[in-house]
Design a binder for this molecule. Structure first.
Ligand code: GLN
Length: 440
């Protein structure tokens, strides 16, 4: 497909999969060098930006997020803003005030979340890459469910300027694509220190060239609780890695199982402060009754504008930060976070990468998701949350398909600033792996 024909059929593609919240009106590729889309929590000048929330309806930012600006400067044309869980709160992109994207391999199933629209677009639109954001797994999870490659780079590698924050100490902008080589290429485009984001780092440059991966470590807790299909596909992938000359060793990572509770304390604490700015005055929804006292006005807008999951997280996060509880929850969770980092650091002294499946099951059907409790869906992230807590770069790589043809992904984690090891691993794997695209 040419860029021109992709643009001409964009509306039809979206009608089928529902990946876009907003789309470009301009169907002329002009002198664009490549097409890209971006998760709808990245501000974009020419398209409404709502981050999946009703409360931001009508928000047209007057600036581009740095990541989007850099992609445009490299010749990219932004074709759409992708549907997502409200502010990134979710695992299936179903916690949204807007359209829920449908999995390209089975329209009755989820694309994963919270960057579900991005993974869907990366799979369904040829020769196109999509920007996603991960706080606790929101790039790897949907990449795995939609059968594409997805990377969350080292925290601080890509500027967060223009990103609508979920958890500032965790959020990372990354890339999803059907081609492993695109990850190296476009992280390279977006990386770098940015004056406008003090948490973006002066950083070691991304080196080109291949790194030979000699050994990967598989944490024992990372291979518990898997569905049969994921377990057998993952085992077969380990054999494949061995046949590529890579040592595979099971290791103990005692902190692994504490990552989920620590993450949900830290992430909701940060989210609850970030959401305080949405009061119907500066961005988005403003049609409240201005004759009310100001706090009644704020409450009325917030009651209407936030979805259930956002409200749950405001309550949880406010509780964990309260005087009297802070030490028991927030401070404790920070200590656990350090233990998780120490565990990864010590394993990565002797191994190039840590490896687990990305998700414990393949993309679930929407009726299955409806029956899940909040806790069940939080727990589904037990493989993606640990690397996110560490700030280390991690990548989901498609590694097989179950009996229904649904994709399975595996997740590699490298030490801080060692993205090259991930890129090399993915490119080597890609050479021997037959990636499937859904039949249209
Ligand atoms: N599913 C996790 C959550 O709901 C992670 C989401 C994310 O990375 N944005 O917090």
């Amino acid at each position: 497909m040419t860029m021109q024909s992709t643009l001409a059929s964009l509306r039809d593609t979206n009608a089928r999969y529902g990946m876009f919240h907003a789309m470009t009106e301009d169907t002329d590729a002009g002198d664009a060098k490549f097409l890209f889309s971006a998760k709808d929590n990245l501000t974009s000048m020419d398209m409404e930006t709502c981050a999946g929330s009703r409360i931001l309806e009508g928000y047209h930012p007057n600036f581009d997020a740095t990541a989007i600006a850099k992609m445009r400067a490299a010749g990219g044309k932004l074709i759409g803003k992708t549907n997502m869980d409200e502010f990134g709160f979710g695992t299936f992109s179903a916690n949204s005030a807007y359209e829920i994207p449908r999995n390209p391999f089975d329209l009755e199933r989820s694309c994963g979340g919270s960057s579900g629209g991005s993974a869907c677009a990366a799979m369904a639109i040829e020769d196109h890459v999509s920007l996603g954001v991960s706080t606790g797994g929101s790039i790897c999870c949907p990449a795995s469910f939609c059968g594409v490659y997805g990377i969350a780079p080292t925290y601080g590698r890509v500027s967060r300027y223009g990103l609508i924050d979920y958890g500032n100490s965790l959020d990372k902008i990354g890339i999803l694509s059907t081609k492993a080589g695109d990850l190296r290429k476009y992280i390279g485009v977006m990386a770098g220190r940015d004056e406008k984001d003090p948490t973006s780092c002066v950083q070691p440059e991304l080196r080109s060239g291949m790194v030979r991966v000699k050994s990967v470590a598989v944490p024992k807790d990372g291979i518990q609780g898997l569905s049969k299909d994921v377990e057998s596909t993952f085992k077969a992938s380990l054999e494949m890695l061995k046949s590529m000359g890579i040592d595979v060793e099971e290791v103990d990572m005692p902190s692994f199982k504490y990552a989920i509770p620590a993450y949900y304390v830290l992430a909701t604490s940060e989210a609850s402060t970030n959401l305080a700015r949405y009061v119907g005055m500066r961005y988005g929804m403003q049609e409240g009754d201005l004759s009310l006292k100001f706090d009644d006005y704020f409450s009325s807008i917030r009651s209407e504008g936030f979805g259930d999951e956002a409200k749950r997280r405001i309550l949880l996060g406010t509780f964990t930060r309260m005087v009297g509880y802070r030490d028991r929850y927030y401070a404790k969770a920070r200590q656990v976070r350090q233990l998780v980092i120490d565990d990864y650091k010590s394993v990565l002294k002797d191994h190039d990468l840590v490896l687990t499946p990305t998700m414990p099951f393949v993309a679930p059907r929407f009726d299955e998701i409806e029956r899940m409790t909040a806790l069940e869906s939080y727990k589904a992230d037990y493989l993606t949350v640990p690397p996110n807590l560490t700030g280390m770069p991690h990548m989901s790589v498609p590694c097989g398909y179950d009996g229904n043809g649904m994709p399975v992904g595996m997740q590699f984690v490298a030490d801080h600033w060692n993205e090259e090891v991930l890129f090399s691993m993915a490119e080597d794997w890609e050479a021997g792996f037959e990636l499937r695209r859904p039949s249209a």
